[in-house]
Design a protein around this ligand. Structure first.
Ligand SMILES: [Zn+2]
Length: 621
């Protein structure tokens, strides 16, 4: 930790960030090469190259100020009645503006092979609804700073200070209203609380002030008769907020959300003020990231599978794919034996669990089919236009899936992502090429370390299929209870042990970790490390076990796990993550897991009563 101080432009510095930085440097190399204006470039190179060039051309961007937003600003200013809102929200949503609510598509939880429309809460500027209500001194201060930030942004748009000040108050009032109708993060982890399949007519009656047919027409969605209204009460809230708020204040709120959404693409004053609140105050960064970093991220956000395709070509080969797949399969075998030998689960539920395990599919590296961006027009020198067209393409792509079968080959992360995920509605685990690199996976190092690192990540994702959330979905990815009541009770009893254990941690002064918010991730960590350890033991069976650097394979396994979570983090970021991140901080991820494991205690000869021996030791899987 002493050797890895947080760079001034970063808010956290750990193995994930170091690898992200390395991947970003590879992407920069790719983008610098293809951003040279050359008519011989392939169409894909033209798009990612010119997008990057548009983003890097700071002088041109600075000259324009907020002018690129004028068409959207004009539309907002022209709003003359509340029924006109539908016509206005649709184009804003197509441009990715977080106005009022969120409308997207996703698998029907109870019929996961079908994609349906998904209407959900949204429309807030702060990271989570709780930020609007917490009354500790830090939270109160933060809300004051947020209002100041909104005011400054409106001033940058040309409002006089006095008017911008009262407008910022109006924005705060409006967002607080929306936050009141929003569901808490912990409640959102329960799929039944965000699944309400209703007819479109029910949406009309929850929120009649929005002309929904007009809105859907504006978005260009396929026709549909029912959809998931994730949080019905939120749409009642949108209705009451729109009815009780003056047209002028609604317009102010929409102007703010527009400028907030596009700030990073505008001239320096907007970029700096946006950085000041969201990275400096909220997350503790000391400096803004250099432009190239921000521009690489922008291309990854907007044209991620075009850039990611090139990344996969240079950074990921069939050998890495084969070795990862082999390890994942070994971990799946470990889970099979874990389930078979569990003491607390009845044979009936075990049979169902094994069926689900057998149905898990593994996706490694990058998609089999690449996204076709040929219809996206990227114009060198038109930063905001490029972003709007790419975002519009993506929004249409997502909405066009409504009424169609789920595409299980699709990826939710781009190939350079240093991350992985389990998708409960598809029952698959996904490992982007970006994480299958040192120190997570290093072909030059012994298996023990690799199993402790990437093996534990694989075990983690697999265990998500069986955590408090994932266990509610069946082998086909449908929300269906396959547990006996007795076994479910046994599961919950064991999960509660984790809730208690992790709630004791205090990552920032006087702020405790939320054991309920982090339960799924903690369950996945504990199960994942155990499964990876079992797989390693199985693979070493009958083989020589030389010590390396004086350490046994068991010891090196746990070092592998510890090393991926080495972490320096700014207190501001830590404070934010405790509130919104379902993952525990690195230190707790490591220490809690190993203190629950007799295998660790044997490897390092720990004795009862020592800090790395939890009492009680928690275990689900
Ligand atoms: Zn996870």
């Amino acid at each position: 930790m002493a050797n890895h101080p947080i760079p001034p432009d970063e808010t956290r510095w750990d193995s994930f960030d170091l690898l992200t930085e390395r991947n970003r440097t590879i992407l920069r190399g790719i983008l610098e090469k293809v951003s040279v204006d050359d008519p011989q470039r392939t169409p894909i190179d033209q798009k990612i190259g010119d997008f990057y060039a548009s983003c890097m051309d700071e002088a041109a961007i600075d000259k324009l100020g907020a002018a690129p937003l004028q068409p959207d600003l004009d539309r907002i200013n022209a709003l003359s009645s509340k029924p006109g809102i539908a016509d206005l929200i649709a184009p804003l949503h197509l441009h990715g503006v977080n106005a009022l609510f969120n409308f997207s598509s996703g698998p029907d939880f109870k019929n996961s092979m079908l994609v349906i429309g998904q209407a959900d809460q949204g429309g807030l500027g702060l990271p989570d609804r709780d930020y609007y209500f917490k009354d500790d001194a830090k939270s109160v201060e933060l809300r004051k700073q947020y209002v100041e930030h909104v005011q400054k942004m409106l001033e940058l748009l040309g409002e006089p200070a006095g008017k911008a000040g009262s407008d910022a108050q109006a924005v705060m009032k409006f967002e607080t209203g929306l936050a009141k109708g929003s569901l808490e993060l912990v409640a959102r982890r329960d799929p039944s609380q965000t699944y309400h399949k209703l007819t479109v007519h029910e949406l009309f009656s929850l929120c009649p002030v929005i002309d929904w047919p007009k809105y859907f027409q504006g978005l260009g969605t396929p026709a549909f008769t029912d959809l998931n209204i994730a949080v019905p009460n939120f749409f009642r809230t949108v209705e009451s907020m729109l009815v009780q708020t003056s047209l002028d204040d609604i317009k102010t709120y929409l102007r703010w959300q527009l400028i907030h959404s596009e700030a990073a693409l505008l001239s320096k004053p907007f970029v700096d003020e946006n950085f000041h609140f969201f990275r400096e105050i909220l997350a503790g960064a000391k400096e803004i990231q250099p432009r190239w970093k921000r521009c690489v991220t922008a291309v990854d956000n907007d044209l991620g599978f075009a850039l990611g395709r090139k990344y996969a070509e240079v950074a990921f080969g069939p050998e890495q794919k084969a070795r990862t797949l082999k390890m994942v399969e070994e971990i799946e075998i470990a889970m099979k034996s874990d389930i078979q030998t569990l003491s607390w689960m009845s044979p009936v539920t075990k049979e169902q669990a094994l069926l689900k395990l057998r149905a898990v599919t593994n996706k490694i590296g990058y998609p089999d089919h690449w996204r076709d961006y040929s219809s996206v027009k990227i114009v060198r020198g038109d930063m905001v236009g490029d972003d709007e067209r790419a975002t519009e393409f993506e929004t249409h792509r997502v909405l066009n899936k409504i009424g169609k079968p789920t595409d299980r080959g699709e990826w939710l992360m781009t190939p350079p992502a240093v991350d992985a995920y389990y998708d409960p509605t598809q029952n698959n685990i996904n490992f982007p090429a970006g994480i299958l690199q040192p120190p997570f996976y290093d072909k030059s190092i012994d298996d023990a370390v690799n199993y402790g690192a990437i093996g534990s990540v694989a075990g983690h994702e697999l265990t998500h299929g069986f955590d408090d959330e994932g266990r509610q979905f069946d082998p086909e990815g449908n929300l269906r209870d396959w547990w006996t009541a007795e076994d479910a009770k046994e599961f919950e009893k064991r999960a509660e042990c984790f809730v208690q254990e992790y709630s004791k941690f205090e990552p920032v002064d006087n702020v405790h970790l939320n054991g309920k918010l982090t339960l799924g991730e903690n369950t996945a960590d504990n199960g994942g490390v155990r499964l990876a350890f079992m797989a390693l033991m199985e693979s070493l069976n009958g083989k020589p076990r030389p010590k390396i650097d004086g350490l046994t394979p068991e010891q090196r396994f746990f070092l592998g796990w510890g090393q991926i979570w080495c972490q320096n983090i700014r207190p501001e970021t830590s404070r934010m993550l405790v509130q919104v991140d379902p993952h525990s901080p690195g230190r707790n991820r490591v220490n809690a897991v190993v203190s629950n494991m007799p295998e660790f205690q044997r490897a390092y000869a720990c004795r009862i009563g020592q800090p790395m021996v939890a009492a009680p030791a928690c275990r689900v899987w």
